[in-house]
Write a protein that binds this ligand. Structure first.
Ligand SMILES: [Ca+2]
Ligand SMILES: [Ca+2]
Ligand SMILES: [Ca+2]
Length: 318
């Protein structure tokens, strides 16, 4: 039992004033809430006080770098996502899942059965979505925000647009009111901020070079601070899987085009500060994990996801 549940139980024994929902605002109470809607938020526990059971549901959004080096992650998730869905539904029924894919811009998947397609409820439709992103965006090197008929071979610099993806995740995913809100982000690079442009390979302020790797207009729309503010407002935790150090020269997953930031900055914003700002997982009450350990088979992506969902469930963000 985590510290929050213990303190909640103790306080609730003294006076039924504990366990107030940490997530203020947001959508209306879900129709499938496991608690009678007539109950005020401070009585949202089930059973007697000796068997406290948090009634929060789980909203789990994958925000995935789908650039060409990330095929491994999409394949792993496709294979193992059923384990995540099963574990989450065991913890709390009716888990909602979603997917954002990003390279230099992003797209929220809309092939699920709920909320205009933004929400998946089982492994099968999410597996199909992982496959579709791989085929449509990863393999031809296409930016998800450009849609399935966008230009291919379109990724001139190594940094990928996690910041705008997280800002979009905070605002555009239909987070439920009484929910444990978790983002699982996987990327193997750092990011840029407004007013930089991911398509401006040489940083001259123009996006007009047509030789490989071709330039394009992919402006960074938000800053790190703006994305973190949106995540905090939405009470969403970010758990990321990223590189802690640059890949070796012969590493097949090493980005082959140029960079805006030095190779040593590859961990910035995830496990090391970004331009003096604390890493995103730390700022959003989440945590970062070593993606190289996943590649090496030393860290299970799905078991780690299950762990963080369990640990964050019914543990309000401070
Ligand atoms: Ca990449
Ligand atoms: Ca890029
Ligand atoms: Ca340029």
């Amino acid at each position: 039992m985590n510290a929050y549940l213990v303190s909640c139980l103790l306080a609730a024994t003294l006076a039924a004033s504990a366990c107030a929902d940490p997530f203020l605002g947001g959508d209306a109470r879900p129709a499938d809430s496991r608690v009678e809607s007539s109950l005020p938020p401070d009585l949202r526990f089930q059973g007697d006080l000796h068997q406290y059971k948090c009634a929060d549901v789980i909203d789990l959004l994958f925000v995935l770098d789908v650039s060409s080096s990330m095929t491994f992650v999409l394949d792993t998730l496709e294979k193992e996502i059923a384990l995540v869905v099963a574990a989450s539904n065991k913890l709390a029924p009716n888990t909602h899942l979603g997917l954002i894919g990003f390279v230099d811009n992003h797209r929220l998947d809309t092939t699920g059965p709920l909320e205009g397609g933004k929400v998946h409820t089982d492994a099968a439709s999410l597996q199909a979505a992982f496959r579709a992103f791989k085929q449509t965006y990863t393999l031809p090197n296409r930016n998800p925000g450009d849609g399935p008929s966008g230009p291919t071979l379109q990724n001139p610099i190594c940094e990928e647009n996690a910041v705008d993806s997280l800002h979009g995740a905070a605002l555009d995913f239909p987070w439920r009111q009484f929910s444990n809100r978790v983002i699982i982000l996987v990327t193997d690079d750092t990011f840029l901020e407004r007013p930089d442009n991911y398509g401006d390979r040489d940083g001259d302020g123009k996006t007009d070079k047509t030789d490989y790797p071709r330039e394009g207009d992919y402006p960074a729309r938000f800053t790190l601070a703006e994305a973190v503010a949106a995540l905090k407002q939405a009470k969403v935790r970010v758990f990321s899987f990223t590189r802690l150090k640059p890949p070796g020269l012969l590493d097949l997953t090493r980005c082959g085009t140029g960079r805006r930031l030095p190779w040593s900055a590859i961990s910035d914003g995830w496990s090391t500060p970004y331009q003096g700002q604390k890493p995103i997982p730390e700022q959003s009450s989440g945590k970062n994990f070593d993606l190289d350990q996943v590649y090496a088979g030393k860290l299970s992506l799905t078991a780690t996801i299950n762990d963080v969902v369990l640990e964050s469930h019914c543990a309000p963000i401070d």
